[in-house]
Write a new protein. Structure first.
Ligand SMILES: [Zn+2]
Length: 442
């Protein structure tokens, strides 16, 4: 938080007029010194000649969004994304905090690398960048990484994941779960049984049969989640399941939560909207890990998110350069960019369908992810005295996704030319405007 300057003039006061907080009635918000100084009738009275006023009438106000799962590609693949370009994409997408996955080059498996990413995030200053530490050295699945050193580093890592790869060795998974208890950490599993998915190119089902592409069975995900919730229960530790994609996974999570096991889970926007028949186009933009599934799985994931069995939406923003993505299906890298379209896709899948209201979106995209990541200053209520992390969303008009206008360095979006509802129009990080109308403010 910025200290007050030598004069008594208020620093960076903003009056946000007429915002609909969590979709409720219009109210004014006064932001001063990085916090919400007043909300409601008192707010306008605290404004003065130096206060910037933003007309938010007709806009929905949510706490700044928190993403548990992004790939920022730095260090190592700065051609695809950097911490700075990914932070810009996050800010225009309405995010004030992101968790950057460890599958960089070098891998984020030491205090040195996580501190490097953390410092890059701080110097960019567009959103809080929390590095995720690798569970195993080099993501090789053989030896535990220095979890304690990463937790004690300046980056204060609390989430650990080999994402991109599954920690398939049950003994290593057990040890990781035991280890993170010491600092209230969480192990985030990419649930993919490796032997069951050798050569897999898409969801195993009728479409893969017709196309002759290697199938990726639901059981490859579900069997790992079943094992891991039992392990987490056995050692009394915290498990988070990345990008849940099947109906069976939702059922296992529901069972585990009913047993009191400390498990949380996320779903991506694309798994809430897209299905595997899109793969019939052989367009690699639809190639993603885990794969797009069937409509009945999409329905189960929406239901799981609506009833809270799935705690959070996480984008799995996975930028890829043109040469890695714009090639034949079998050779193309897996993944989609997602930070700049997340709000629109979630609104389309969950709000327009009546499954979640805006308060529910705030819970699944800010409150719960902040809690899972143990981020004390994020996902807080829009209330006096709280950090002014805020996104204003225009839910009255629709917009067409234009990849050329994106701030990510990569363009591998499956939504090019698609019309989406609900566009983030302004984002504030601790009272400072970081993005407005699709552009970032340095
Ligand atoms: Zn993953």
């Amino acid at each position: 938080m910025t200290a007050a300057g030598p004069t008594s003039a208020p620093v960076g006061r903003t009056l946000v007029k007429g915002a609909s907080i969590l979709g409720g009635p219009a109210r004014d918000l006064l932001i001063a010194d990085g916090i919400f100084a007043a909300v409601g009738a008192d707010a306008a009275a605290g404004a003065d000649a130096n206060t910037e006023t933003i007309d938010a009438s007709g806009l929905v106000a949510l706490p700044g969004l928190v993403d548990l799962h992004v790939h920022l590609r730095e260090p190592g693949r700065e051609d695809a994304e950097t911490v700075a370009s990914g932070s810009a994409a996050a800010a225009v997408g309405g995010f004030t905090a992101v968790h950057a996955m460890a599958n960089t080059d070098p891998v984020a498996d030491t205090a040195g690398v996580v501190e490097q990413v953390w410092h890059l995030g701080r110097s960019t200053g567009l959103c809080d960048v929390h590095p995720v530490g690798a569970v195993t050295v080099g993501l090789d699945g053989r030896e535990l990484a220095e979890l304690g050193a990463m937790a004690e580093s300046a980056a204060r890592v609390r989430m650990f994941s080999d994402d991109g790869k599954c920690v398939s060795d049950a003994v290593l998974m057990r040890r990781a779960l035991e280890y993170v208890k010491a600092f209230d950490g969480v192990v985030a599993q990419h649930a993919q049984e490796p032997r069951l998915t050798e050569g897999a190119q898409m969801n195993e089902g009728s479409v893969s049969g017709v196309l002759g592409l290697g199938g990726w069975p639901a059981v490859a995900e579900e069997s790992v989640i079943a094992r891991d919730v039992l392990l987490a229960g056995h050692v009394g530790s915290r498990l988070h399941v990345c990008h849940v994609s099947t109906a069976g996974s939702v059922e296992i999570l529901r069972w585990a939560k009913g047993k009191g096991i400390d498990v949380t889970a996320e779903v991506t926007p694309h798994h809430l909207l897209l299905t595997d028949d899109l793969v019939s186009s052989y367009d690699p933009r639809y190639k993603v890990n885990p794969p797009l599934r069937t409509q009945s799985y999409v329905d189960a994931l929406r239901q799981g998110l609506a009833d809270g069995t799935i705690d959070a939406v996480a984008t799995d923003h996975a930028p890829h350069s043109l040469e890695d993505k714009d090639c034949e299906w079998a050779a193309a890298a897996m993944g989609m960019v997602g930070l700049e379209t997340a709000v629109g896709v979630v609104a389309s899948a969950m709000v327009e369908t009546g499954l979640l209201d805006w308060a529910g979106v705030a819970d699944r995209m800010a409150v719960r992810p902040a809690r899972i990541g143990r981020l004390a200053g994020q996902g807080r209520p829009i209330a006096p005295g709280e950090p002014a992390n805020l996104v204003l969303i225009d839910d009255k008009s629709r917009y067409t996704v234009d990849p050329a206008a994106m701030l990510s360095r990569s363009r591998n979006t499956p939504y090019a030319g698609i019309e989406l509802p609900a566009r983030p129009v302004a984002t504030f990080l601790r009272g400072r405007l970081t993005a407005r109308e699709g552009s970032v403010l340095a």
